[in-house]
Design a protein around this ligand. Sequence first.
Ligand SMILES: NC(=O)c1ccc[n+]([C@@H]2O[C@H](COP(=O)([O-])OP(=O)(O)OC[C@H]3O[C@@H](n4cnc5c(N)ncnc54)[C@H](O)[C@@H]3O)[C@@H](O)[C@H]2O)c1
Length: 273
Amino acid sequence: VKVAGKVAIVTGGGNGIGRAVAARLAGAGARVLVADLDAEAADQASAEINETHPGATISAGGDVSDEVTIRGLITMVKDAYGPADLFFANAGIATGRGLNAGEDVWDRAIEVNLRAHIRAARLMLPGWLERGEGYFVSTASAAGLLTQIGSPVYAVTKHAAVAFAEWLSITYGDQGVRVSCLCPMGVNTNLLRAGAANADEPMSAASSKAVTSAGAVLEPDQVAEVVMEALADERFLILPHENVLEMYRQKSSDYDRWLRGMRRYQSRLLSDS
Ligand SMILES: NC(=O)c1ccc[n+]([C@@H]2O[C@H](COP(=O)([O-])OP(=O)(O)OC[C@H]3O[C@@H](n4cnc5c(N)ncnc54)[C@H](O)[C@@H]3O)[C@@H](O)[C@H]2O)c1
């Protein structure tokens, strides 16, 4: 897709990957609604981008797992720039360690990492189908293709996000709806830093180290650059860490061998922590 002149909504755009993607989109000539639970971060990100690209972005605070909030974002961007062509379901949380993660932790992660995507797609699709085009970009994670050591909550909700993105592409791809799914490993953002800061017990430490030791920790802007290339090619799977593809191949070619390898990797991380 050519993003110049297009209108985009980026959730979780106040920080990290979303903020970098919003900046790249604006740089490429798109107009962007930066949405974030942290309204101040959204405002700041938008103001900073507008310094270099005047009028390219607007901002809104709100919980993007809430359908009323998503409806509000869609109306807001339509009034400012016209109907949204691209929706980046990027907001996400990395919570929940081990089997005893509470029901409330599971519920929240399912809401933000999965159901926010479903609700956004449900609201965006009718307009896109009518216009014969639209682009849904899901930020899942390499944890959605492989796993997340230490966190069943993250591993499961990110797998679900990948599954939903695949389903959307299969179901609506022939009607002009494009879908991409971003699956990075470590990216230098608050989310990753918070994980490291909470590494006070062995499983949390192993979980955090698993992300940072399996490959390079990229900067958000490096990830955003790869996202822009993938959008130009309309490629489904966006892998800023190239080794994820090889790991994914190994998993699918011999599941039991992959599971044994992951157990070995986990015990190494646990004995180091
Ligand atoms: N950083 C990594 O290593 C990494 C790796 C793989 C995938 N991801 C995914 O990338 C996405 C972006 O994360 P990031 O690393 O840039 O982290 P980040 O913490 O810098 O940014 C996430 C943003 O999402 C916002 N957010 C959280 N819940 C929200 C909600 N309910 N409504 C609106 N906004 C909400 C936060 O306020 C924050 O500004 C997430 O989905 C994350 O799971 C991150």
